[in-house]
Design a protein around this ligand. Structure first.
Ligand code: CA
Length: 228
């Protein structure tokens, strides 16, 4: 049995009960909350290995719960969205969700994604104390921060991971699949569009914002960060 602690925030009682039973059967320790505010409070005051977070919730929606959680905590989060809430998915990932599931889903798929998210959260952090400099752009691996000259650039964790991977492989063309594998993890079950979405975020925050050209698209292949 895994003994990992999962917080489930879902207001649809039947779905919540069903997921809870499946998770318990897998050996997880499950806490359930049915509204956003109570869920956030639990998430902030207790330490969970993972949070399953529905988007449409009473009192405080899932996006807001995630946004507030991320101000202080890095707990792995899988969002549950209703069909066609595409904007929510993108927004959720941008706010720092690890993954999302669209309802209705097969429970086996949720369980698979939980395993991936738990594994990834254990293996991502390596202690390095250094900086990478790309002209005026500095990536501080110690502080997980990025700045241009003296100006701090506010990146989500995924944006940071993506930029770091591109920077560590500067002048090497990286395929979408390779990026997905390294930044999102081997077992990531989503599609490669997420890479394009995050490249757009980085470009708007860095290239466009500071009027520099750092990230190049290699049509039909992927991306490269160019730096002499
Ligand atoms: Ca709901």
């Amino acid at each position: 049995l895994s003994n990992e602690k999962i917080l489930l925030i879902e207001d649809e009682l039947k779905i919540a009960r069903f997921i809870e039973l499946e998770l318990k059967y897998e050996g997880y320790i499950v806490t359930k909350e049915h509204d956003g505010r109570a869920g956030l409070e639990k998430a902030l005051n207790e330490n969970y290995d993972l949070i399953i977070l529905d988007v449409m919730l009473p009192s405080l929606n899932g996006m807001e719960v995630l946004r507030r959680l991320r101000q202080t905590k890095d707990t792995a989060v899988i969002m549950l969205t209703a069909k066609d809430e595409i904007m929510d998915k993108v927004q959720g990932l941008d706010l720092g969700a690890d993954d999302y599931m669209t309802k209705p889903f097969a429970i086996e798929e949720l369980l698979a994604r939980i395993r991936v998210a738990l594994k990834r959260n254990k293996s991502t952090i390596t202690e390095v104390y250094t900086t990478i400099k790309l002209n005026n752009l500095t990536i501080n691996l110690d502080k997980y921060s990025v700045s241009y000259l003296d100006q701090n650039i506010d990146l989500t964790k995924k944006e940071y991971d993506l930029l770091l991977f591109l920077a560590q492989n500067k002048n090497i063309v990286l395929s979408r699949e390779k990026i997905l594998e390294v930044v999102w993890g081997y077992d990531y079950l989503g599609d490669t569009n997420v890479v394009d979405v995050y490249i757009r975020y980085l470009r708007s925050k860095i290239d466009d914002n500071f009027n520099i050209k750092l990230i190049y698209t290699i049509r039909g292949v992927g991306y490269v960060l160019k730096h002499e």
